[in-house]
Design a protein around this ligand. Structure first.
Ligand code: ADP
Ligand code: MG
Length: 250
């Protein structure tokens, strides 16, 4: 589903990603862990073109979003194509980014209607079903300001799913939540994993990574330092830096 190869990303002189390569298969749940500033968010943002890369290639479901030729020249797909490719991925951020002036239901139907041109009668039952799945059927007509953080994040998940993505990217979806609210969001994500959604999840929730992920990636200073099954990473990491990180967070 995702083939990212040798991704380099610089901000001025600073190299935030130093040659990241990652392949994700259909239905796989990949957790990315690592210290703050290691490039986790930047990597996710490169995948869906919120950041442009400086070198490397990204292929999503066999379609080239960006490639680098033998001379090192970077080539992005043209704008309409790139937009279609990136539409295969839904993203949920740490900050929920809901539209404050729209109700929960309106937040969920907005993108399918404006971006894809889906008609309201068609998207309405889809949105209702998604909101039911994340346990918010009784909040559909509320405004985001009336919701808890956990409820807002579940709306954000339903909203991303309304675009019918093949891949979901989560960037620390529970980091802005009070501890007692993280469970309900993780539950919605776990359910999605059980339905075999392909997912990349940047998270500090080691319990979630251990139980739900098929593969765990440890990033440090713009590189993938090690990767393996949850058991390999959490029980017997091969790198000292992974161990020290886990000692602090787990
Ligand atoms: P993480 O998500 O792992 O905490 P980030 O991907 O947010 O890390 O950041 C990686 C590094 O890149 C950090 O040092 C950060 O300061 C830097 N960085 C991220 N975005 C920008 C930007 N837009 N401009 C300059 N530096 C950035
Ligand atoms: Mg981040």
């Amino acid at each position: 589903m995702i083939q990212a190869t040798n991704i380099h990303k610089r901000f001025k002189q600073f190299e935030a990603l130093k040659g990241i390569s990652l392949e994700v298969a259909k239905g796989e749940v990949v957790a990315i862990i690592g210290p703050s500033g290691s490039g986790k968010s930047t990597f996710l943002r490169c995948l869906n073109r919120l950041e442009m890369i400086d070198e490397g290639s990204i292929v999503i479901e066999g379609e080239e979003l960006v490639t680098t030729n033998a001379e090192g020249k970077i080539q992005y797909a043209n704008e309409p194509e790139a937009r279609l490719i990136c539409r295969k991925m839904g993203m949920v951020f740490q900050q929920f980014n809901l539209f404050p002036h729209l109700t929960v239901l309106q937040n969920v139907v907005e993108a399918p209607m404006t971006v894809k041109g889906v008609k309201y009668p068609e998207i309405l039952p889809v949105a209702q079903e998604l909101l039911r799945k994340v346990g918010l059927e009784d909040k559909m007509n509320n405004y985001p300001s009336r919701l808890s953080g956990g409820q807002k994040q579940r709306v954000a998940i339903a909203r991303a799913l309304a675009m019918k993505p093949d891949i979901m990217l989560f960037d620390e979806p529970t980091s802005a939540l009070d501890p007692e609210l993280t469970g309900e969001v993780l539950k919605a994500m776990r359910q999605l994993a059980e339905e075999h959604m392909t997912m990349i999840v940047v998270t500090h929730e080691m319990g979630f990574a251990r139980e739900v992920a098929n593969r765990v990636i440890f990033m440090d200073k713009g590189e993938i330092l090690e990767e393996g099954t949850p058991e390999e990473i959490f029980e017997k990491p091969s790198q000292q830096r992974t161990q020290s990180f886990l000692n602090v967070v787990a």
